[in-house]
Design a protein around this ligand. Sequence first.
Ligand SMILES: Cc1cc2nc3c(=O)[nH]c(=O)nc-3n(C[C@H](O)[C@H](O)[C@H](O)COP(=O)(O)OP(=O)(O)OC[C@H]3O[C@@H](n4cnc5c(N)ncnc54)[C@H](O)[C@@H]3O)c2cc1C
Length: 388
Amino acid sequence: MTENQYDYVVIGAGIHGAGVTQAASAAGYRVLLLEQYAEAAQGTSSKSSKLIHGGLRYLESAEISLVKECLRERTLLLSNAPHLVKLKRFYIPVYKSTSRRPWKIAIGLWLYSLFSGRDYHRVQKKHWPLLDDLRTDDLEAVFSYCDAQTDDARLTRAVLASALSLGAEIRYNTSVQRGVRDAEGIAVQYQSDGHAHSLRAAVVINATGPWVSEVHYRLTAVGGLPIALVQGAHIVLPGKVSHPYYLESPGDRRAVFVLPWKDQVMVGTTETDFEGDPAGVTATDAEVCYLLEIYNHYFQQNMTISDVQASFAGLRVLPAGEGAAFTRSRDAVFVRDDATQPRVVSILGGKLTAYRATAEKLVQSLKPHLPEREVIADSRRLMLPMVD
Ligand SMILES: Cc1cc2nc3c(=O)[nH]c(=O)nc-3n(C[C@H](O)[C@H](O)[C@H](O)COP(=O)(O)OP(=O)(O)OC[C@H]3O[C@@H](n4cnc5c(N)ncnc54)[C@H](O)[C@@H]3O)c2cc1C
């Protein structure tokens, strides 16, 4: 291969770009990752709820295979990145007014524990006072189950460091402009340092998260991916909670988390339709007030906007549709420019938790279309390195 020729060019250093770069490098391919910013994880992969979880609530929408896959990946991450992924005991309080009744939550948790091999239990009333300042009036039951927390940006950097150790290359401050396919592959044009550059790849992976539609158009000249962008905000508050809590918003009945985060409290998330430049997404005042209200309600506080230490928002890439964002699938979807000989594959949606499985599926599906290479590692067994 010449200097500027790759098997894979991956665009976007979020968790999916990092995951595909790692999986493709492990499969023996020559891989280059291009990122528009100076650092990795500047998009959604630093703005998530930072949970490595099966997604208990996806059981409600019967996304059983997604829950199972995420729980399998959680197990792998707990052993491959114990310094980054920590198992925690989560608590679900059920009040007289909670719409999901204790029997329904118990069934969900039973299934969840069956899939994950981790226990759940009903917390005895005498232990309720140990649950931070959680209000206990009208409290009917409290359940406890296991899930995991991480630092999403650090996890992304660790996966990238693993990919680099397998021989991958990365170029920051490069913005992909255009792709031109031909019989042998695809030419990718990008801007860097104010100059135009070009390289060649057998296949380009568009892992640009909320920018996916625009970049797909740049690469294929075909637009209109069937997606909607829905923003999710978090706030960080002073104080501490000793455990993660899974709560039901008293107003609209959505699931909201209150999480311990770097000696403070993180509350999220929301679902607000978004249009515009993904780079400009921020938490709105309405979202901040919504999250404050939930925290104040359950933890008997009187915090106001002036108490908020930080807020951030990320963009979910969901299938376009009429239904509530809450009910739309979170599974990753691959869109190919051509079924017979794909040169561009765009990744839509997906979960931080399932990044490795998503990347592995993508690399396996492209194998018949690429030259044969000697596998050098199995991503299921790669320990993730320590990173800053
Ligand atoms: C509010 C919220 C909470 C979530 N919570 C969880 C959770 O707790 N657990 C979980 O498992 N999942 C969660 N998710 C899902 C998960 O965070 C996302 O699926 C994942 O982070 C998406 O990563 P990505 O790599 O696809 O996109 P991104 O992280 O956005 O990365 C895309 C990258 O592409 C780059 N890029 C864009 N355009 C170009 C270009 N032209 N040239 C070069 N580079 C470009 C961007 O700069 C960016 O670095 C959450 C999502 C949201 C929105």
